[in-house]
Design a protein around this ligand. Structure first.
Ligand code: ADP
Ligand code: MG
Length: 302
């Protein structure tokens, strides 16, 4: 990608950041996942005793005799602002479910039994301990989407509009940005992800990688504090992967909080925390160089 494209994207990211929420804390040295006790300011993401069981379908526990059908169980997590976390674990262990809980998609759209609590920037988004979907969520989906944005594993699930530019514009329109600002955002974000020549195209004409780039541009334009990526580079070619690596570094530099589900975790050895999941539980959350390699390369996958 050309440097002028990156510059354009970067200025979009930075201006969005200034406009949106400025109370970020970008000290990598404080970035370990912790239990949140005694913190002087809210964490970006805090989960306490989080458990979730989907209303329908197979879940992790149901395959094992005599166990409840949970997809998440006993999750305690506190992610400081301005950090990069990578979630690692075998297929079906609950990574996507965890991200869905971080955006309120669970329980507001995807239903099931939820226990425990989820807070974004200190504000609760999911009910505490009552086991009923969404009954005590305090922030609406619109408000949550301005705080935390998710790039889903399957980009088709989040592309709704009939042109690329309208799809990127959805986020800034949602936060009622001025028309000139929306235009600038669309131009900069589309340049950043390498789609500047596709603005008037129907998203359905994009390749898989193109859709993934569009989904990323849409989240960038929404300018949330917290950006969540579910296996974001799967459909991308080498230049797309390079774009994504650049993006993460730039987002971290301006103090965004980032959570990435990714199998190629070695690509993210600079992350602040690697979170290891198995059977719906978090079994380790530590900086890469303190993560038990035996666990990571063996037991985790068995
Ligand atoms: N929409 C759904 N409805 C029912 N069960 C689901 C749904 N999504 C995921 N699950 C189940 O929840 C468990 C965790 O899935 P998921 O979070 O997608 O894992 P991962 O992302 O680590 O592969 C799995 O057993 C999966 O079958
Ligand atoms: Mg998944």
């Amino acid at each position: 990608m050309k440097s002028d494209q990156m510059d354009g994207g970067r200025s979009a990211i930075e201006s969005s950041s200034r406009r949106a929420h400025e109370n970020t804390n970008n000290e990598a040295s404080r970035s370990q996942v912790s239990d949140g006790e005694g913190a002087s300011e809210p964490f970006a993401i805090e989960m306490n005793g989080l458990g979730f069981t989907y209303s329908s379908g197979e879940s992790e526990g149901s395959t094992r005799a005599g166990q409840p059908a949970f997809s998440l169980r006993g999750v305690n997590l506190a992610i400081p602002k301005g950090t990069v976390s990578v979630v690692i674990g075998p297929s079906g262990c609950g990574k996507t479910t965890l991200l869905r809980c971080m955006t309120g998609i669970i329980p507001s759209i995807i239903k099931g039994s939820l226990f425990g609590s989820v807070k974004l920037n200190g504000r609760e988004i999911a009910g505490r301990g009552n086991g009923e979907s969404g009954s005590s969520a305090i922030a609406g989906p619109n408000e949550i989407s301005l705080t935390a944005g998710l790039v889903m594993q399957e980009p088709d699930h989040q592309i709704f509009m009939t042109t690329v530019e309208d799809d990127i514009a959805f986020g800034p329109e949602n936060r009622m940005a001025a028309p000139g600002e929306i235009r600038a955002e669309v131009n900069a974000c589309s340049r950043f992800v390498g789609l500047p020549s596709r603005l008037t195209d129907d998203p359905s004409t994009l390749s898989g990688g193109g859709k993934q780039r569009l989904a990323i541009a849409g989240i960038l334009a929404s300018a949330p504090d917290i950006l969540l990526f579910d296996e974001p580079v799967g459909g991308l070619d080498d230049s797309g992967r390079a774009m994504f690596a650049t993006l993460i570094c730039e987002l971290k530099e301006i103090g965004k909080t980032i959570v990435i589900v990714e199998h190629d975790y070695e690509e993210f050895s600079y992350a602040d925390v690697w979170i290891l999941m198995k059977h719906g539980e978090i079994i380790s959350a530590a900086p890469p160089n303190e993560t038990d390699r035996g666990l990571l390369e063996g037991e985790l996958w068995r």
